[in-house]
Design a protein around this ligand. Structure first.
Ligand SMILES: N[C@@H](CCC(=O)N[C@@H](CS)C(=O)NCC(=O)O)C(=O)O
Length: 296
């Protein structure tokens, strides 16, 4: 339990709860002390006092998506459930919201991972020119999509989100190899792909990066080996963008990297991928529109 208000505020923020929740906890503690009890008060009057304190002081400031879960948590909390019990319960409930943008190759990674695991979630499209308060609140450092909000707790950065999903829902379709060395390799190639994206502007560097990936893939069906996994997932979302790269830089990826194209088509046979990837023409049209809008 955090020792002071500042510490509590850091902890609460890091797990997605706002500082105001702390003030509620504080009020509850005070009421418990007044009632000379170290367990939560269970009588009607105190419970109502706590709820009205919450309503008066912070509930109006809580984002809509978190409100229902929070009210339920407050109700159970004021009835005497401990935070530990409530954390366990909320794990069972699994409320998932994905803040995303349709053509985002990073967002598509998360969508594939959720589809691989067969997890239901609420998709929320963000307007990146006019970001929602929820996005700014849940990813205050980068202010970027995707953000996955799991039972009110935000997770940012696509690869971190995918690893999180793989760890939490580990029973179905593992994405990370179980062997630590293979895991390190998967992370290495996912990281390499990320750097490739930064090279997007320089055609020669992009082709060099793709050729390295072609060499690494070799004759394997997937980057992981025989099964679709983390590095495949990190890279395949670029496939939606291949057409745009080709059109903008005037070259053929297939001519340079035929094995990569075969691999991409193999990945597209998976429903989780084909349903999550955005049509390449849509991506290209979106980019043309942005180019026109911002004049580059
Ligand atoms: N490294 C991040 C990159 C995320 C990213 O660049 N998201 C873009 C959309 S594709 C974004 O939100 N851009 C908004 C901005 O830069 O303000 C990840 O893997 O999640």
């Amino acid at each position: 339990m955090p020792q002071n208000r500042k510490e509590a505020s850091i902890v609460l923020r890091s797990c997605g709860w706002s500082e105001e929740v702390y003030s509620f906890m504080h009020a509850r503690k005070k009421l418990c002390q007044e009632a000379a009890s170290d367990t939560a008060p269970n009588d009607h009057e105190t419970k109502n006092l706590l709820i009205s304190h919450a309503k008066r002081n912070f509930l109006s400031k809580v984002p809509e998506s978190l409100k229902a879960g929070l009210i339920e948590r407050l109700r159970l909390f004021s009835q005497g459930s401990s935070h530990l019990e409530l954390d366990k319960r909320s794990k069972m409930a699994d409320e998932l919201v994905l803040l995303d943008c349709l053509v985002s190759m990073f967002g598509m990674r998360v969508r594939i991972a959720l589809a691989e695991k067969g997890i239901k979630y609420e998709y929320r499209e963000e307007d990146l020119d006019n970001k929602s308060t929820l996005l700014l609140e849940t990813n205050p450092v980068h202010k970027k999509v995707p953000v996955l909000i799991h039972n009110g707790k935000p997770i940012c950065e696509s690869r971190i989100i995918v690893e999180y999903i793989d760890e939490v829902w580990k029973d179905k379709s593992p994405l990370m190899p179980s062997d630590p060395y293979q895991r390190a390799q998967a992370r290495f190639w996912a990281d390499f792909v990320e750097k490739g994206e930064e090279l997007e502007a320089a055609k020669k560097d992009l082709i060099d990066a793709l050729e390295i990936l072609e060499g690494e893939l070799g004759d394997k069906p997937y980057f992981n080996g025989d099964t679709f996994g983390f590095s495949d997932l990190a890279f395949i979302t670029f496939y939606s963008w291949f057409h745009t790269y080709e059109m903008c830089a005037n070259f053929s990826i297939e001519k340079h990297c035929p094995k990569l194209i075969k691999w991409a088509k193999r990945c597209m046979e998976r429903e989780s991928v084909s349903k999550s990837l955005v049509d390449p023409i849509t991506v290209y049209e979106e980019i043309l529109m942005l180019k026109k809008k911002y004049g580059y």
